[in-house]
Design a protein around this ligand. Structure first.
Ligand SMILES: C[S@@+](CC[C@H](N)C(=O)[O-])C[C@H]1O[C@@H](n2cnc3c(N)ncnc32)[C@H](O)[C@@H]1O
Length: 233
């Protein structure tokens, strides 16, 4: 992967982390749904691109150990501050592409809103081999629109998104610096369409992957979740 892009992503998220406020967003909206796709009890779970660790903390309630990693050291700093009572989370700064993932180690691997920063074809085989037999890979990410149906789903999803923002984030006001940092990041963000994600992941790499597309997420992208159970022994 292009080192200058990795470096931009790291810098972008270092800035975004400084302005992060806890509240409702289009990623944590799906947390409960994603948790349902995971085993009730896990020994070891990996959270890739954990950000400020909100989902890692939910994982820590059902796993003996959570390894939560992120490219941005500032994100990990905030995550550690917010997770002091979670002694079973091991927060690590690192690039998942540089990580030598252990074979058949994890009961579950989770990644939220991070895969669009990574070369999926390169990463997925490594994630698959890092899962224990029967382990689960759960991914939530953004998608580029590709069909009229995607656009039509906005008729419901866009007003709902606004409504949740108003109701749930009433007391939260993003600072101009926060908005600027996010805009700068989105300038280089690129997403796959659902068909591209299916081709990149399903055919040979993760046979049996279930891909679900939800409605509008933000800035004219929709969200999708993928679940894969490693049936290889
Ligand atoms: C949009 S944030 C999502 C954070 C968190 N998962 C959430 O749902 O709030 C994407 C995160 O992925 C991280 N990231 C991007 N590329 C990465 C890489 N190569 N290795 C590890 N983390 C990465 C970023 O630093 C950022 O914190």
């Amino acid at each position: 992967m292009d080192e200058s892009l990795t470096s931009k992503i790291r810098n972008d998220f270092d800035k975004i982390a400084l302005h992060d406020q806890e509240g409702w967003d289009h990623n944590n909206h799906y947390h409960r749904f994603l948790l349902k796709q995971l085993p009730i009890r896990c020994k070891t779970v990996l959270d890739i691109g954990c950000g400020t660790g909100e989902f890692s903390r939910l994982l820590a309630k059902r796993a003996d150990q959570v390894i939560a990693m992120d490219l941005s050291s500032k994100m990990i700093e905030v995550a550690k501050q917010r997770s002091k009572q979670y002694v079973n989370i091991d927060f690590q700064v690192g690039d998942v592409l540089q990580l030598q993932l252990p074979v058949e180690q994890f009961d579950a691997i989770v990644s939220i809103a991070t895969l669009h920063h990574l070369p999926v074809e390169e990463l997925l085989p490594n994630l698959k081999s890092a899962l224990k037999p029967g382990g689960r890979l759960v991914i939530l990410d953004l998608l580029e629109y590709e069909s009229l149906q995607d656009s039509l789903s906005d008729v419901i999803a866009v007003p709902l998104n606004w409504l949740f923002q108003i109701l749930k984030n009433r007391h939260i006001k993003a600072s101009p610096e926060a908005v600027k940092a996010m805009r700068e990041h989105l300038r280089t963000d690129k997403y796959l369409t659902l068909s591209q994600a299916a081709v990149a992941s399903q055919s040979k790499v993760l046979p049996g992957l279930v891909l679900i597309s939800f409605g509008q997420e933000s800035d004219l992208t929709s969200a999708s979740a993928g679940f894969f159970e490693n049936s290889c022994s």
